[in-house]
Design a protein around this ligand. Structure first.
Ligand code: CBF
Length: 839
């Protein structure tokens, strides 16, 4: 119909749909329009939060224009797209990032100032979008930023949880969890697409019939259906018109109300189905690196993968291509095993609904998917019990058994008479009840499998996927070292340092080509530059000291050495070892004469991070940190020489304050346990020096910045097994310094020692799985080296500059480009301003 419109109608649309200009007055008008019409407020009753809402809505208008333009042009160009399936997107705040990426921060700052508000206060009013646990979810967010910045046609798919990661409060030293109802107010950063609603089934049975050619056909008849409704989150690239999309699904009932039950007087039943449907996307599972194994989690995974695949197939079908073209148009990256059901779902859709042969379908499936492994920890390996799975997804179970059968037949052919091998490689684990090994399914259904740092990618080849390497060959298993976006983690979080770098390098090109930071290496001998560098670090420490005062009610001196460990609390990350060392340091200071104390380097030890609510030992670590802090911070014999704080509710926006302010940060996992780590990259990029083990990406950071700019200690990954063995069977005694620390805890120096007994018993000889005792002496030595090095301030600043200068490799732009070239085979498509007529 619209094609028949007269020319004038088109011209009218063209004229009226011109993008709003980006000058101060137009921006102010748009903010005030949102205040008065959208929010129905006026200048006199406008608090910071309402001001934030109005500014956010005005920013969003500009985002949507770009988003529309990008999506329209991508539909017309129809390039191969990359779909990033992630159960977590830990986005944090959006406004500052959107303004910086669109190049509008300064103009908005000015506009807001003239309207009587302060940009910082307005930015601070935004609540974090915390739809993730830690590294994995934040990685997804960094990758989305880079994909948009590099103009890749990419979509993220995830879930729109009503409750993100819980809020952490510290009560009597203990972690207490509170719900994170982040959607209390309208979320301006999402576009509800109520018109995009997909039916997802669960349960029911499978009908088996013969078709006209005598072929057996399967038809799944679900017992219940729920609706997946789309919410789109625009992701603007930096210094480009491209604006990509993350589509988050929300679960809704197919019908809100069961009238029959209601009429029978069964009121509870009448809303039961609706409540069950809504439950699916109500909450993010708060486990990091551990498998929850709950039915609701499996429902989340299927709901999300089914809706996403339906959407992807619908988009593909619009292009009227052959199914065999599918892998040339679609690349799907599985972020961990969480979305592995997508492999099964695509096979089902192609075979049961599109009537492709099993082999043709499987060929398409395996060319489409690629899988990222993020951990080798056994407790994190996803497995689903076969009976539970069958009850929820009967047809999918049949398909998994068939995939396994055909796969094992091929293995058997290559390695005949090796029952052990077949058992080890099977997708089905023969336990009681049988379990589906999702990592095996992901490997079998993907054309590439990658680890997230060099050491980790090698480890997976020799441990969890060893047999698969023997079968498939080396080429299928690749490394893609993680990266972080320099836009958020330097430009936004550390504006002063960003400005100094741009001034020094003669522009901000480095923000899109981080290798240009190398230019800073020449500046280490420039005393004026060093002075400025040190001033900026100090200003960031002052900002953090203020946050610590507000959140922990502890005064810390910005002149002390700031020593930070912020990340999820987990035994393998060894926050326990850190606090044990703090106790050692405390005891050492206490035993000193006044003269000796005069040469002690003052330190503020800063902890932050959440423990999974059911992780008892991790929660005890938090309690110990707080108990130690209470004693140390009030001890006049120690004064400012040592302070300990636990910053509650660590999240992305808190990280943005902490990261630029560290002198030293701790990345001290037992070698071979941390797949990569990404906060290590953030700290070093901001000129923070790290103390760490030879684990994850620490190794590659060392290679880039040089061993003289990092403090390394502890055993290496290949020594871990022998050390554990020696400890278990030869009774290697506990490190004496550690023994002294344990005795102090047991004497009740920090509250009732009974509280900490379960924690201490993890160190019993033969049980110290994370090798705290084995690494303790070298950890103390490394900390002494840190103190000594910090005293030589000029050299320290040189180290700090070299750290930043040599971090180019760790931009997520580099990671994403490697994925695009070596795994996805997708090319950038730049959006240009075409104007309305072109549509
Ligand atoms: O690859 C991103 C991060 O993922 C984890 O957080 C994970 O959830 N498995 C790992 O623990 C990190 O090492 C890794 O950096």
């Amino acid at each position: 119909e619209r094609a028949k419109w007269p020319k004038e109608t088109f011209e009218l649309w063209e004229r009226l749909s011109k993008k709003e200009a980006n000058d101060v007055e137009t921006i102010q008008k748009s903010i005030v329009r949102h205040v008065t019409t959208t929010l129905a407020r006026a200048a006199f009753n406008l608090d910071n939060f309402s001001a934030y809402q109005a500014v956010a809505l005005s920013t969003r208008d500009r985002l949507i224009s770009r988003w529309n333009e990008t999506q329209g042009q991508m539909s017309r160009a129809d390039p191969k797209r990359i779909y990033y399936l992630s159960l977590e997107f830990l986005l944090g705040r959006s406004m500052d990032n959107a303004l910086l990426n669109m190049g509008l921060k300064e103009t908005y700052g000015k506009s807001i100032r003239q309207l009587g508000f302060n940009m910082e206060d307005v930015i601070e009013s935004e609540v974090d979008a915390a739809l993730g646990n830690g590294g994995l979810g934040r990685l997804a967010a960094c990758y989305m930023d880079s994909l948009a910045t590099l103009d890749y046609p990419a979509w993220g798919y995830g879930l729109r949880y009503n409750y993100g990661i819980f809020q952490q409060r510290i009560i009597d030293g203990y972690q207490t969890e509170y719900p994170d109802y982040w959607l209390n107010f309208d979320n301006p950063w999402e576009l509800p697409r109520l018109d995009i609603s997909i039916t997802v089934g669960f349960g029911g049975h499978v009908q088996t019939t013969q078709d006209e050619y005598g072929q057996t056909r399967h038809n799944w008849v679900p017992g219940t259906n729920v609706q997946a409704v789309a919410y789109d989150v625009p992701v603007p690239g930096y210094d480009t018109e491209n604006c990509n999309n993350i589509r988050l699904w929300r679960s809704k009932p197919t019908k809100v109300f069961d009238l029959t039950s209601f009429n029978e007087g069964n009121y509870e039943k009448s809303v039961e189905d609706a409540t069950n449907a809504e439950k699916i996307t109500s909450v993010l599972y708060p486990n990091d690196n551990t498998m929850a194994g709950k039915e609701l989690r499996l429902k989340q995974q299927y709901f999300w993968t089914a809706a996403s695949l339906h959407d992807i197939l619908r988009r593909f079908k619009k292009s009227m291509r052959e199914w065999s073209d599918f892998p040339d148009q679609v690349a799907i990256q599985l972020n961990d095993t969480h979305p592995t059901l997508a492999i099964v779902e695509l096979q089902r859709l192609l075979v049961d609904q599109e009537m492709l042969s099993w082999d043709d379908a499987w060929d398409i499936v395996t060319k489409t998917f690629a899988f990222t492994n993020h951990t080798v920890l056994p407790e994190a390996m996803e497995k689903w019990s076969v009976p539970m799975f069958e009850y929820l997804l009967p047809r999918h179970l049949q398909i998994i058994f068939d995939i396994n059968l055909f796969f094992l037949q091929k293995v058997e052919k290559m390695f005949p008479n090796d029952r052990g091998l077949l058992n080890r490689m099977s997708i089905i684990e023969e336990a009681q009840p049988q379990q589906i090994r999702m990592a095996h399914l992901a490997v079998v259904g993907s054309h590439k499998v990658n680890g997230v740092a060099a050491l980790h990618s090698n480890l997976i080849k020799t441990t969890i996927f060893h047999d698969f390497v023997t079968y498939y060959g080396e080429d299928k298993f690749v490394n893609k070292t993680n990266g972080i976006t320099p836009r958020r983690w330097l430009h936004q979080a550390n504006p002063q340092l960003s400005a100094l770098i741009s001034q020094t390098l003669g522009g901000d090109k480095w923000l899109k080509d981080l290798s240009l930071l190398k230019g800073l290496n020449d500046k280490t001998e420039d005393a004026v530059f060093r002075q400025r560098w040190a001033e900026i670090k100090r200003a960031n420490k002052v900002r953090l000291a203020e946050l610590i005062k507000t959140r922990c009610d502890v005064e810390v001196s910005p002149d002390a050495l700031f020593d930070v460990q912020v990340k999820r609390i987990h035994e393998y990350k060894r926050q326990f070892m850190n606090i044990l060392y703090v106790i050692h340091r405390y005891r050492t200071i206490k035993s000193m004469s006044a003269a000796q104390k005069a040469s002690v380097q003052p330190r503020v030890v800063i902890f932050g991070g959440k423990a999974a609510p059911g992780y008892y030992i991790a929660k005890l670590v938090i309690k110990l940190i707080n108990s130690v802090a209470k004693v140390v911070n009030q001890d006049p014999a120690v004064g400012d020489l040592l302070k300990v704080v636990f910053v509650p509710d660590y999240n992305v926006s808190v990280a943005e304050v902490i990261v630029p302010a560290s002198d030293i940060s701790q990345h001290i996992s037992t070698a071979g346990t941390e797949a990569s780590g990404t906060s290590n990259m953030k700290f070093v990029l901001n000129g923070g020096i790290i103390i760490g083990t030879l684990d994850g990406a620490n190794i590659e950071i060392l290679e880039e910045i040089g061993e003289e700019n990092i403090f390394i200690f502890g055993c290496m990954a290949h020594e871990v097994e022998d050390l554990r063995h020696a400890q278990r069977y030869r009774g290697v005694p506990m490190d004496p310094a550690l023994q002294g620390v344990i005795s102090a805890i047991e004497r009740g120096t920090f509250e009732d020692p009974k509280i900490f007994q379960p924690l201490i018993s993890t160190l019993t000889v033969g049980k110290d799985f994370y090798l705290i005792s084995a690494d303790f002496a070298s950890y103390i030595a490394a900390n002494q080296q840190v103190d000594a090095a910090y005293k030589k301030q000029a050299d320290w600043i040189k180290k700090s500059i070299r750290c930043t200068a040599n971090m180019g490799k760790f931009s997520s732009d580099r990671s994403v480009k490697e994925y695009a070239d070596e795994i996805w085979n997708v090319k950038p498509v730049s959006v240009v301003d075409e104007g309305y007529m072109a549509k």
